[in-house]
Design a protein around this ligand. Structure first.
Ligand code: C2E
Ligand code: CA
Ligand code: CA
Ligand code: CA
Length: 277
């Protein structure tokens, strides 16, 4: 018994130490990542109910010599905690605007570009001015831009950013509420928020085929979206059966491995060429 406890204790502290090392390693390596060209943007297609292309979501990718491939789930929060998010956010915005503008011009196509924006970016005093300048510089069509903000932003920070969200909309830029259903937001909050799109979190989509309650929940979210004049987008759609159910529930837009994984810009061009035919 004593030995068992000792072992589990060791395992626990071993794991904690490991997490610590990884975290400080990530911070250290991340500081050089932009300069060293280790970061790039992947783009995941978003599909309308009629099968046409609605847009793409930009998702950051990082491959480091020492750490290998590190997922954004790991390093975004570290960037936020260590003051690196601003530089990272600037890279994400300018790279995705430029790359997607180029692709749209080359293929003569128009579709939405959806960019994930961290709350840390939003509360920077000059966020909107910077964004608008980047949009200008990239010659990107402002009406084709969506910002995804995560629903997990706390009520306090929401008060701070509410006027900004209205201002963003006045510039004809759309706002999507990401991970909807997982955070704090209440119905009264939704009424206050200038939101164009609800992004239903994958954790709900995962269960709709097997769990009637979960399906009813998704149905409610979609109905709320309709009532508030918002588009509803299902993320993490992996099968045709899920698509069928979601279509029956009147969901507007679908995104997930069933249609495509996030693609490099070269692979996105190939995907779009097929889409055009
Ligand atoms: P998210 O915004 O909720 O993005 C959805 C995640 O689900 C992405 O993971 C995407 O690759 C993945 N995904 C999409 N379809 C499927 C599917 O059918 N099945 C499965 N299993 N997964 C699917 P990713 O790219 O690893 O990003 C994880 C999170 O990191 C994102 O969650 C977002 O919160 C954050 N993130 C990623 N890129 C950025 C960025 O450029 N800026 C900011 N601020 N956050 C980002
Ligand atoms: Ca997102
Ligand atoms: Ca999500
Ligand atoms: Ca998210």
């Amino acid at each position: 018994e004593a030995k068992k406890r000792k072992n589990s204790y060791c395992l626990f502290s071993e794991k904690m130490r490991h997490n610590n090392i990884v975290k400080s390693d990530i911070e250290y390596e991340l500081r050089g990542a932009i300069e060293n060209n280790e970061l790039w943007m992947a783009y995941q297609p978003q599909i309308n109910a009629d099968g046409t292309l609605y847009g793409v979501e930009a998702l950051i990718r990082w491959e480091n010599k020492k750490l290998g491939f590190v997922g954004p789930d790991k390093f975004i929060s570290i960037a936020e905690e260590t003051g690196l998010m601003r530089e990272l956010g600037d890279f994400i915005i300018s790279t995705s605007l430029r790359e997607i503008e180029k692709i749209q011009t080359k293929l003569d196509m128009r579709f939405y570009l959806s960019i994930n924006i961290s709350v840390v970016q939003l509360i920077e005093a000059d966020f909107l001015a910077n964004l608008l300048r980047e949009v200008e510089n990239a010659k990107f069509d402002r009406a084709s831009l969506t910002l995804e903000i995560t629903e997990s932003l706390s009520i306090e920070s929401l008060d701070d950013v509410l006027p900004l969200l209205y201002e963003i909309q006045e510039h004809n830029i759309k706002i999507s509420l990401d991970d909807f259903g997982t955070g704090y937001s209440s119905l009264s909050m939704l009424r206050e928020l200038p939101i164009n799109e609800l992004k239903i979190d994958k954790s709900f989509i995962d269960k709709i085929l097997y769990d009637e309650n979960e399906k009813a929940l998704v149905q409610s979210i979609i109905n709320i979206g309709k009532n508030f004049n918002m588009k509803t987008l299902a993320e993490g759609v992996e099968s045709n059966d899920q698509v069928k159910v979601l279509k029956a529930l009147n969901c507007d837009i679908f995104q997930g491995y069933y249609y495509s994984k996030p693609l490099s810009k070269e692979n996105l061009i190939e995907f779009l060429k097929k889409e055009k035919i």
